[in-house]
Design a protein around this ligand. Structure first.
Ligand code: C2E
Ligand code: CA
Ligand code: CA
Ligand code: CA
Length: 279
């Protein structure tokens, strides 16, 4: 038993140091990744549940790692949140998304709002509103074409400053969604005061929707809340027709998920929108 215990410990220590080494390696490489142009954006449609027509595109960041290939944000966002690189990288995401919107418009593509994710640290950063204003000026895009998604947890963390930042973005005409709704703890009083426009129902409540009465009750409750606060609701992670049907029945007007489309490269978006328009 003692030997086994020791082996377990050794195994654990080795695994830990492998994870730590990987973290260290990624962190080092992340420092130059922006300058080396290793980041890229994908775009995932958010569709109307009735017509399945794209109403918005969520902007999703990817890191083209020279050895590891495409690395997803769950692996590197926590690292750059911690070391502060989220601020310049996040700014690049907003700017690049707006530039993409301009390029699509010039190519005659139907204008669809782009929803950019903002993490807690970006949202707290003092220069955010200024930097967004500069990007809007530089690219000349209509602020109504830009939306931000902020997680419920990030929103609820910072009371007063949050409200101020949200109000300024709202004044500029940028719409805001509460991301991953239902996974954090919202104060209903705050929800009412925040100038937000959409709630995104977290994938956790959609995954087992067909079989879980509990998840159906949660979705019904979120829909009732969205209704009384006059917010639009978007369901995340919709993968099959049964989920879509239930969401429709609960009055959810928008959905996103593999049932409709995976996150797409920029050059695939015009084709998708043209197909929807019957071109
Ligand atoms: P999120 O905001 O909840 O984004 C939705 C995630 O669900 C995306 O993962 C998307 O690819 C995935 N997804 C969409 N439909 C389905 C589906 O039907 N089934 C399943 N299983 N998954 C689906 P992704 O792209 O890996 O992004 C993960 C998280 O990283 C995002 O979660 C968001 O919080 C964060 N993130 C992504 N891009 C950015 C960014 O530019 N800035 C910041 N701050 N965070 C970002
Ligand atoms: Ca999101
Ligand atoms: Ca989400
Ligand atoms: Ca989520």
């Amino acid at each position: 038993a003692k030997a086994a215990g020791r082996n377990n410990y050794q195994f654990y220590a080795e695994r830990m140091s492998a994870a730590a080494a990987r973290h260290f390696e990624l962190e080092t490489q992340l420092h130059g990744a922006l300058a080396r142009r290793e980041f890229t954006l994908l775009f995932q449609p958010i569709v109307t549940t009735r017509e399945r027509r794209t109403a918005c595109l969520e902007v999703l960041l990817r890191w083209r790692h020279p050895q590891r290939g495409l690395v997803g944000p769950d692996e590197f966002i926590p690292i750059i949140e911690e070391n502060g690189l989220i601020v310049p990288i996040g700014e690049w995401v907003i700017r690049h998304a707006c530039e993409q919107a301009v390029a699509w418009r010039r190519a005659g593509v139907r204008a669809v709002p782009l929803a950019v994710n903002l993490s807690a640290r970006q949202f707290m950063q003092r220069g955010l509103v200024e930097s967004v204003r500069r990007i809007l000026d530089d690219t000349g895009i209509d602020p109504a074409q830009l939306e931000f998604e902020i997680t419920e947890t990030a929103l609820m963390q910072h009371g007063g400053a949050t409200l101020e930042t949200l109000a300024q973005l709202d004044c500029m005409g940028i719409r805001l969604s509460i991301d991953d709704f239902g996974t954090g703890y919202s104060s209903l009083a705050y929800l009412k005061r925040f100038p937000v426009h959409k709630m995104k129902i977290d994938r956790a409540f959609v995954r087992d929707l067909e079989t879980s009465g509990e998840d159906q009750a949660i979705v019904a409750a979120i829909m009732a809340l969205a209704g009384s606060l006059q917010l639009a609701a978007v369901a995340e992670g919709v993968e099959n027709a049964a989920q879509l049907e239930l969401l429709r029945r609960h009055g959810c007007d928008y959905a996103q998920g593999y049932l409709f489309a995976r996150p797409l490269a920029a050059d695939q978006v015009p084709l998708l929108l043209a197909r929807e328009d019957g071109a």
